[in-house]
Write a protein that binds this ligand. Structure first.
Ligand SMILES: [Zn+2]
Length: 170
């Protein structure tokens, strides 16, 4: 990992506040921040539902914004902070954009492409190497996701009960 531990924690906290925005919009809470020379040049939170866009993951949004800020699709020497291990699509976008470093929070055993399900970023055949570190504020990042899914299950259950009650009343 390059950069100080305190910096990584600070930026991951920032990514967590963006993940909270996704939650507020009813999206799975994942947030991402792109940092260049100590400054934020891209922010993203997961919003595929709201944008009707399967590619609208937090990382993609942050990378797109970073490209506009730098006026370059090559995001050399940037660090991307994301609360959850990226999927295959986002890991691929990181290679295309030539970011320098990825720091993620929680691992994603089901779809993670930084070593959990597969290792896109560490693949020996890749023409660009992204330095990767995970586990920064992992508990907070994973906790936000599990709280969200628990809340959603409760809402789903309550809706089902209300519907049943309604049909019994008729
Ligand atoms: Zn993704």
């Amino acid at each position: 990992m390059t950069g100080s531990e305190t910096d990584h924690i600070r930026w991951m906290r920032h990514a967590l506040t963006l993940a909270q925005r996704a939650w507020d919009e009813g999206e799975v809470p994942v947030g991402a921040v792109l940092v260049y020379q100590g400054q934020v040049i891209g922010e993203g939170w997961n919003r595929p539902i709201g944008h009707h866009d399967p590619t609208a993951h937090a990382e993609m949004m942050a990378l797109r914004q970073g490209g506009i800020v730098l006026q370059n699709y090559r995001l050399l020497d940037t660090t991307l902070y994301v609360t959850l291990e990226p999927c295959v699509m986002c890991a691929g976008a990181m290679v295309h954009s030539r970011i320098g470093q990825l720091i993620y929070g929680a691992s994603d055993v089901k779809t993670g492409a930084a070593g959990s399900l597969m290792d896109v970023l560490g693949h020996p055949g890749m023409n660009h190497k992204v330095s990767v570190a995970g586990g920064v504020l992992a508990q907070e990042c994973a906790g936000l996701l599990s709280d969200f899914f628990r809340m959603r299950r409760q809402v789903h259950k309550a809706n089902k009960q209300a519907a049943r009650q309604q049909s019994e009343d008729q």
